[in-house]
Design a protein. Structure first.
Ligand code: HEC
Length: 150
C-alpha cells in the first residue's frame, strides 16, 4: 500500500511538469503568431507610404485588405492566459486587455473599419481620400497601443 502511494505520488510529480510544458508551448505559439502578424502589419504600413507616393492604388488596396484581415482575426490571437502575468515568454501585451476586453475588441474593430475605408478610397482612385484614410488608419494603431501595448 505504501509503495502504491509512493508510485502514485511520483507519477503525479512526473506528469505535472509535462502538462505545464504543453500548455506553455500552445500559449507561446499563439503569442509568436500574433507578434509575427503585427510585424507584417507594421511592414505593410511602411510599404503603404511608398505605394501612395507611387500612386499605386492596386497595391494600396491589397495592403489595406491584408491589414483588415488581421484586424478581424486579432482578438482570436489573444486567448485568456496569454498575458504577461501568465507566461514567461516576452509579450508586450498589457494585462489589462483581459480586464477591458470589450474596449480592446472595439479598438480592433476601429482598425478594421479604417482599413476598409482605405481600401474603398484606393478602389475609387481618390488620392485625397487615400491620404485621409491612411492617417486615420495609423491613428487606430496608436489608439490601441497606448492603453494595451507596453
Ligand atoms: C486592438 C489593439 C491593437 C491594434 C488595433 C493594433 N495593435 Fe499593434 N499590437 C497590439 C498589442 C497588444 C501588441 C503586443 C503583442 C505581443 O507582444 O504579444 C502589438 C504589437 C505590435 C507590433 C510589435 C510586434 C513585435 O512583436 O515585434 C507592431 C509592429 C504593431 N503592433 C503594429 C501595429 C500596426 C501598424 C497597427 C495598425 C495597422 C496595429 N499594430 C494595430 C495591439 C494592437
Amino acid at each position: 500500500m505504501k509503495i502504491y502511494a509512493t508510485l502514485l505520488l511520483s507519477s503525479a510529480i512526473l506528469l505535472s511538469p509535462i502538462t505545464m510544458a504543453k500548455m506553455a508551448s500552445a500559449d507561446e505559439s499563439v503569442i509568436a503568431e500574433r507578434q509575427s502578424n503585427f510585424k507584417q502589419t507594421g511592414m505593410a504600413m511602411r510599404m503603404m507610404r511608398g505605394h501612395i507616393q507611387a500612386g499605386d492604388f492596386e497595391a494600396i488596396s491589397a495592403s489595406a485588405d491584408a491589414i483588415s484581415n488581421w484586424a478581424q482575426a486579432m482578438p482570436d490571437f489573444f486567448p485568456q492566459g496569454t498575458g504577461p502575468d501568465d507566461v514567461s515568454t516576452r509579450t508586450a501585451a498589457n494585462q489589462s486587455i483581459w480586464d477591458r476586453w470589450d474596449e480592446f475588441t472595439a479598438l480592433a474593430n476601429d482598425n478594421y473599419d479604417a482599413a476598409m475605408t482605405l481600401k474603398v478610397a484606393a478602389s475609387n482612385e481618390d488620392s485625397g481620400a487615400v491620404m485621409e484614410a491612411m492617417q486615420n488608419l495609423g491613428r487606430t494603431c496608436g489608439a490601441c497601443h497606448s492603453p494595451f501595448k507596453d
